[in-house]
Design a protein around this ligand. Structure first.
Ligand SMILES: [Fe+2]
Ligand SMILES: [Fe+2]
Length: 247
C-alpha cells in the first residue's frame, strides 16, 4: 500500500496565505504519515526571494519526504531561479520500491500565467514513461497547470498550451495518476485508463465561491486507487474509487 498526500497552491505571501490553515494541515498530514507528499506548484504568490525563504521554513514542518514543482506564480520575479536554489530541481523523477514512479514537470514560464511543457521536456517525459511501461511501474505525473479544463472555474485561459500532445502521451502510456493544481478547485477526470486529478488550494485565501481549503490523499493498493478529498477545516470524504488496470 502506498499513501500519498497531494497539496497545492500555498501562495505564501503577506496577502493571500492563511498561516493558521497551513499549520492545521501540517498537523493532519503528519498524523497521517504518508509515504510522500507531492506539492503541485504556486508555493509562493509572487516568486519573491523572501517568500521562498518562508516556504522553505514552512515545508520543513512536514515529516514525510516532500517533492515540489513550480507553478506560474513561482516563476515570477526570477522565482524560477530561486526555486532551484531553495527548493530543488524544477522537473524530476523518482522511483519508490522499484514499483512506483513519480515524475514532476515544470509547466511554468517566467512571468507568464499560461502553462507549457515544451518539446524537450515532452521528449524526456516520453522516455521516462516508456521505462515505466517496460517495468510495469505504477506511474504518477505531476505538473502545475491542468491538462483538461476544470468545471466551475470560469473562462478557460490557462490549460496547457500543448495539452493535446501531452494528454496523448499520458493516455497512450496509461499513466495511472496525473496530478495538478492551479485552479484551486478539486476535480477528477478519467480519460481512458488515466485518472487526472486536481487539488484545491491548501491554505490560500484565493478561493472560488464556497470552495474550501483542501488537499487530496491517494491510497494505492494492488487492486484499487482511493482518492480522498480532505477539507482542512471541514469534511473529509471519499472523492473517487477506481480499480487498477480494470478501469
Ligand atoms: Fe494558484
Ligand atoms: Fe497557478
Amino acid at each position: 500500500m502506498t499513501l500519498i498526500a497531494h497539496i497545492s497552491d500555498l501562495h505564501v505571501s503577506k496577502s493571500d496565505f492563511d498561516e493558521e490553515m497551513f499549520m492545521t494541515a501540517v498537523t493532519q498530514i503528519n498524523n497521517m504519515q504518508p509515504d510522500m507528499i507531492i506539492l503541485t506548484g504556486d508555493l509562493t504568490n509572487n516568486g519573491y526571494y523572501t517568500e521562498f525563504e518562508q516556504v522553505k521554513r514552512y515545508l520543513a514542518m512536514f515529516e514525510a519526504p516532500l517533492f515540489a514543482i513550480p507553478g506560474n506564480h513561482d516563476a515570477r520575479n526570477l522565482g524560477y531561479q530561486t526555486f532551484e536554489e531553495l527548493i530543488g530541481e524544477r522537473s524530476w523523477k523518482l522511483t519508490m520500491d522499484d514499483q512506483v514512479t513519480v515524475i514532476g514537470l515544470d509547466s511554468s514560464s517566467p512571468d507568464e500565467s499560461k502553462g507549457h511543457v515544451g518539446t524537450p521536456q515532452h521528449m524526456w517525459l516520453e522516455h521516462q514513461l516508456d521505462e515505466c511501461v517496460i517495468n510495469d511501474n505504477f506511474s504518477i505525473v505531476s505538473l502545475h497547470h491542468h491538462v483538461v479544463s476544470i468545471p466551475q472555474t470560469g473562462r478557460e485561459r490557462n490549460v496547457l498550451s500543448d495539452a493535446g500532445d501531452i494528454l496523448k502521451t499520458l493516455t497512450t502510456h496509461e499513466v495511472d495518476l496525473v496530478l495538478s493544481g492551479h485552479k484551486h478547485v478539486p476535480n477528477i477526470w478519467r480519460i481512458n485508463n488515466t485518472l487526472i486529478v486536481n487539488a484545491g488550494s491548501l491554505c490560500s485565501y484565493k478561493l472560488r465561491g464556497k470552495n474550501k481549503n483542501s488537499y487530496n490523499v491517494y491510497n494505492i493498493t494492488d487492486d484499487e486507487i482511493e482518492i480522498y478529498l480532505n477539507e482542512v477545516k471541514g469534511e473529509k470524504f471519499l472523492f473517487g474509487k477506481y480499480s487498477r488496470n480494470r478501469m
